[in-house]
Design a protein around this ligand. Structure first.
Ligand code: CUO
Length: 684
């Protein structure tokens, strides 16, 4: 019987031959000779004996007849793999299929060992990850953090030479962490560079990669894609990214991001990633300032598309929104109603295979990524691969990501702005009122939140190829805040015990000119901080909630989880606790940076009627603690309301300002976010 945990070892050292040692406790796979690649088969004895020296564990690999891998192998080992490219998607779909269809963990192990040295390493990682997340017999495995396997997608390429030197020269016990420069991708001449800590945050990029891993837009097995409200979640999670980004811009005296709404305009913002792709053994291509998109004709990638195609799809989508229905492939109308319209649009705009009519409405958002990521070499004249916008693990580093998604969000808002506003009776929860709100950090001033810089160490050893084994750490700088607690006073005059769904948002009070914002603008900057159910006894209630409990975040340790350390045994209560997906906004980025003098914000809390909002389902051990942005694995989205409620629609007449929007079950408080320019070391 094969141990499913051993499958995780196959993610390590992605560019090394599979028979080299892996794991904290040195382990080798005993690879059947017939599985070795041509280079090593004739010298199997020599290389496998050498690899087996000082090894503590050997894993037998059964020789089976391996399914046809010609399609997965048609992507070169040195090519850059991107899910945005349809050809790559089809290739990945085939490999996922192969992994999904293996009858046992043992057979899966055999085919994965066989495939590992033959298919593209990033493709291998993706396909095996999807299979492990969806196979019933491997579902509760925890995938290692992607940053540990492919660190070159997250840090400055200059760091790698130093990491190699440290690994090679210094013995494992006495190695020093290598410091990743704090901001290295541009100078202060570029105002956009002020946001480096957000765009290049490792946790944020990991979250985005993981989100798209859990919600792929295509798979041979439709059930992998057809998750509850996944189109709506595509809209909402990215809408929240834009809201958060704009709040960070206000924290750096920059105006809101300009949607990239004219595809013929030059892209003002250039981006030079300063990263190497170790798989492709090439630098990630940069984009110069003021680059324009161009019609794409890249034969090798089977991409032949015009900007005009994007424009046509966009116009058809907007027409559907204005007519309030889409037309499916058989010519039937599907209404874009209040309940499901946004989900249909999400699948159509992204586009996923759930799109009602992909030949007519096209593939707008994904192709935006493709056009932008190839803008530097539209016809493959220079034999260059795609830029960072072409991959979900790197796209958020580039300023243009936010311009493109701000535009995509504008299209969604075109639909949302056509729905009737929530009325006062709809918003109210009769008998329930909020009588007080306070947020406080430990020992700090009430209603003042505090951010600063922190340095943390990350073990990158398992992603480094061809270096001596043992831990080697990179030290990186990221934003952090003091943990805080909400204290909410709720009066229940209904005469009976009630349940409330507590919804907490934050938004800047003023616009970029320092003027108080209208709610129709401010609602687009409302950042969800938390959502939780609470029991309300008759009379006064005091609810306390810690910032670390947030329904949008996962703890720092989980974002960067190291599966060797602190891992509880399977099937223990702690083990169940540890069963989560890596999807979730990183806790260290829960609140924006703020300003040294303080960024004035409105903190908003609503208690809605949980009886109307609740979804009855079992959640234990289902990685549900970042449900607001990630949903719950294999379950329904745990809130019956539209995502972003009550700010997903334009406010009713008379509620021009947030203060006028409030019903008794809502309240606001002034909160200031102060940034201190100091750096602390994280205690391990
Ligand atoms: Cu997440 Cu465009 O969807 O990157």
């Amino acid at each position: 019987m094969a141990n499913k945990n051993n499958l995780l070892l196959l993610f390590e050292h992605p560019n090394e031959p599979v028979f080299l040692s892996k794991g904290k406790k040195p382990t080798v796979f005993d690879v059947p000779d017939s599985f070795l690649t041509d280079r090593y088969r004739p010298i199997s004895n020599e290389v496998q004996t050498r690899a087996g020296e000082n090894v503590e564990q050997r894993i037998p690999v059964r020789e089976i007849s391996v399914p046809d891998l010609r399609i997965p192998m048609s992507l070169g080992r040195n090519e850059n793999f991107s899910l945005f490219i349809p050809r790559h998607r089809r290739i990945a779909g085939r490999l996922i299929d192969i992994f999904m269809n293996m009858r046992s963990v043992e057979d899966l192990q055999s085919v994965a060992v066989y495939a590992r040295d033959r298919v593209n390493p990033v493709l291998f990682n993706y396909a095996l990850s999807v299979a492990l997340l969806h196979r019933p017999d491997t579902q509760n495995l925890d995938l290692p953090a992607f940053s540990q396997m492919f660190p070159e997608r997250f840090v400055d390429s200059q760091v790698f030479r130093q990491l190699r030197e440290e690994s090679f020269v210094v013995s494992s016990g006495s190695r020093m962490p290598i410091v990743i420069p704090r901001d290295y991708t541009a100078s202060d001449l570029d105002p956009e560079h002020r946001l480096w800590y957000f765009r290049e945050d490792m946790g944020i990029n990991l979250h985005h990669w993981h989100w798209h891993l859990v919600y792929p837009f295509e798979a041979a097995d439709r059930s992998i894609v057809a998750k509850d409200r996944r189109g709506e979640l595509f809209y909402y999670m990215h809408e929240q990214i834009i809201a958060r980004y704009n709040m960070e811009r206000f924290s750096n005296n920059l105006a809101r991001v300009q949607p990239f709404n004219n595809l013929r305009d030059p892209i003002t913002e250039g981006y030079f990633p300063k990263m190497d792709s170790l798989v492709a053994s090439r630098a990630w291509p940069p984009r110069f300032d003021n680059t324009r998109l161009g019609d794409l004709n890249r034969e090798a990638d089977q991409i032949n598309l015009e900007i005009g195609d994007l424009e046509r799809w966009r116009d058809r989508i907007l027409e559907a929104i204005h007519q309030k229905f889409v037309v499916n492939e058989t010519g039937q109308r599907i209404e874009l109603d209040e309940a499901t319209g946004i989900d249909t649009l999400g699948n159509m705009i992204e586009a996923s295979i759930l799109s009602p009519n992909s030949s007519f409405y096209g593939d707008l958002h994904n192709n935006g990524h493709i056009f932008i990521s190839y803008a530097h070499d539209i016809n493959s004249k220079h034999l260059e691969s795609f830029g960072v916008m072409g991959d979900s693990s790197t796209a958020m580093r580039d300023p243009v990501f936010y311009r493109w998604h701000a535009y995509i969000d504008r299209i969604f808002q075109e639909h949302k702005s056509r729905l009737s506003a929530y009325t006062e009776p709809q918003l109210n929860y009769s008998g329930i009122s909020i009588t007080g709100i306070q947020v406080a950090t430990n020992g700090g001033q009430p209603n003042v939140l505090s951010t600063f810089w922190q340095q943390s160490d990350l073990n990158l050893s398992r992603g480094l190829d061809f270096v001596p084994r043992g831990n080697v750490f990179a030290r990186f700088t990221h934003l952090q805040h003091l943990p805080f607690t909400y204290t909410i006073n709720v009066q229940n005059d209904s005469g009976a015990m009630r349940f409330g769904y507590v919804r907490i948002f934050i938004a800047p009070k003023n616009d970029e000119r320092g003027q108080p914002m209208q709610l129709r603008e401010q609602r687009l900057m409302m950042v969800e901080l938390d959502k939780f159910a609470a029991q309300l006894n008759p009379g006064p209630n005091t609810l306390r909630r810690r910032s670390t409990e947030s329904s949008v975040t996962i703890p720092f340790e989980r974002t960067f989880r190291n599966l060797d350390a602190n891992r509880p045994a399977d099937n223990t209560p702690e083990g169940l606790e540890f069963n989560f997906c890596g999807c979730g906004w990183p806790q260290n980025m829960l609140i924006p940076k703020g300003l040294p003098e303080g960024l004035p914000c409105d903190l908003f809390i609503m208690v809605s009627n949980y009886e109307n909002d609740r979804i009855d389902q079992q959640l234990t051990g289902r990685c549900s603690d970042a449900a607001s942005y990630c949903g719950v694995k294999d379950r329904l989205y745990p809130d019956r309301r539209s995502m972003g409620y009550p700010f997903d629609r334009v406010p009713r007449t008379g509620a021009e300002r947030l203060a006028n929007f409030l019903t008794p079950n809502m309240s606001i408080v002034d909160v200031t976010i102060r940034h201190e320019n100091r750096t602390v070391q994280r205690q391990n």
